[in-house]
Design a binder for this molecule. Sequence first.
Ligand SMILES: *Cc1c(COP(=O)(O)O)cnc(C)c1O
Length: 252
Amino acid sequence: MELTEQQEQQLNTIKNNLAGVQQKIATACHKTGRELSSVQLLPVTKTVPAERLRLAFAAGCTEMGENKIKEAREKSEALSDLNIKWSIIGHLQTNKVKYVARFAHEFQALDSLKIAEELDKRLQIEGRSMDVLVQVNSSGEASKFGLPPEDVRAFIMNLPNFSSLRIKGLMTLAIFSTDHERVRQCFTKMRTLREMLQQEAPTHLSFDELSMGMSGDYEIAIEEGATILRVGQAIFGKRDLPDSHYWPGITS
Ligand SMILES: *Cc1c(COP(=O)(O)O)cnc(C)c1O
């Protein structure tokens, strides 16, 4: 595509931001003796217009994370000529499941049996399957979705073998805090939980993936074993609305 001067600039900004994030990921991996290939960056594209996502795709972003179904759907339609894998990282309501079953590649926020059932049913209708992560509320904040850590084992043990859902691991949002130790505690809790599930879960479920770490805390998440980093603002710039808009009731 022919780029205007403004688009050239936007493309360069995205490329530079991506390079900066990748550099920090490499440093954190090196520091903790982890392979770079064990950590995947999922660009989070909420509020970024489709036209700018075209540039992000050109800069190498082939997977994009969205938390709102309507927005994700509209973008997936506007960008259907590009081979983008859409990951739904936000809470899902039953009446939206059918849309997700059509266009999403992955769902990271499973926290109820009802949604699992509905998603499996809809995927079968579509003749598709999907990677799924179970969302855990590692911070204990009422504003966050996800299962309490102590309920996860029972939840997955009671999860029927849904043939269209490929359970791959866990997802969490740490507490929003400038106190790194409190953030780290959320991630450590997740790592411990994953270790337990890797040993005890039924064999058709896999718990190797740990999706944790956002723009403000992904380096800590790497140190604690994250395999998927969900990073938005560090790539696309600050959002207009503060985090409290997306997660009402958060304190810090
Ligand atoms: C917005 C969002 C992110 C990314 O947050 P940034 O601060 O933009 O890096 C990660 N995970 C979820 C679930 C989100 O909604």
